[in-house]
Design a protein around this ligand. Structure first.
Ligand SMILES: Cc1cc2nc3c(=O)[nH]c(=O)nc-3n(C[C@H](O)[C@H](O)[C@H](O)COP(=O)(O)O)c2cc1C
Length: 188
């Protein structure tokens, strides 16, 4: 096992298409959810929750995704990519952004916390030796899919589908941001 700094300096998502069986067992997924929920959360609102989607559940959702994709009139060339996330998926955790009414914590902070949960889950899975990929796609925001497929409340949406399974070939590194180009220093 590499140390934490080496992991953070070298971590790399695994494209969902390259993920293979087996997927983590229930106890391993539960351990990853504990890691994911150990995330900054202003005022402990817990503005997120999890829906664990097995291969069978992803497949069951496939026809609904296809129907919603067509109903939304989305581009034909991206249909296969969107639908295969479900029809070919092996396991995914839907991290649900679930904002809570609060006078002091704006919704954007709650959404940021949900995004942080996604990264914690992704990194927890990668650090545990799994392959993992954070995907969204049009279904993450489509009310028709969210209500019927996942049973979400009107204020909820999918912050991320975190696909977790066995990694295949190591993906090539992708270009990383140029830090000086996006950083200013205020020293006085
Ligand atoms: C909120 C969010 C949604 C994403 N949705 C998709 C997606 O739907 N399809 C896709 O190909 N990549 C998507 N990505 C990008 C993948 O996660 C991509 O693999 C990632 O940029 C790899 O970064 P890494 O190697 O630093 O982990 C998304 C990323 C984020 C943060």
């Amino acid at each position: 096992m590499v140390d934490a700094i080496t992991f953070l300096k070298t971590r790399r998502s695994t494209p969902a298409k390259t993920l293979q069986s087996p997927v983590p067992a229930r106890a391993e997924i539960e351990a990853l959810l504990e890691i994911a929920a150990r995330t900054p959360d202003h005022k402990k609102l817990e503005p997120w929750r999890f829906i664990v989607l097995s291969e069978a559940a992803l497949k069951r959702l496939g026809p609904l995704v296809e129907a919603r994709y067509d109903a939304l009139g989305l581009p034909a060339e991206k249909r296969e990519k969107t639908c295969s996330q479900f029809t070919d998926g092996l396991m995914a955790v839907a991290v649900i952004a679930s904002p809570k009414p609060c006078d002091t914590i704006p919704e954007v902070e709650q959404t940021l916390s949900a995004g942080a949960v996604c990264l914690a889950l992704l990194n927890g899975a990668l650090a545990s030796g799994w392959g993992a990929n954070w995907l969204s796609g049009p279904m993450a925001f489509d009310r028709g899919f969210l209500a019927k497929g996942l049973g979400l409340e009107p204020q909820e949406f999918v912050a991320g589908f975190i696909h977790i399974a066995t990694r295949g070939a190591t993906p090539p590194e992708r270009p990383r941001p140029n830090i000086p180009g996006i950083t200013t220093w205020q020293n006085t």
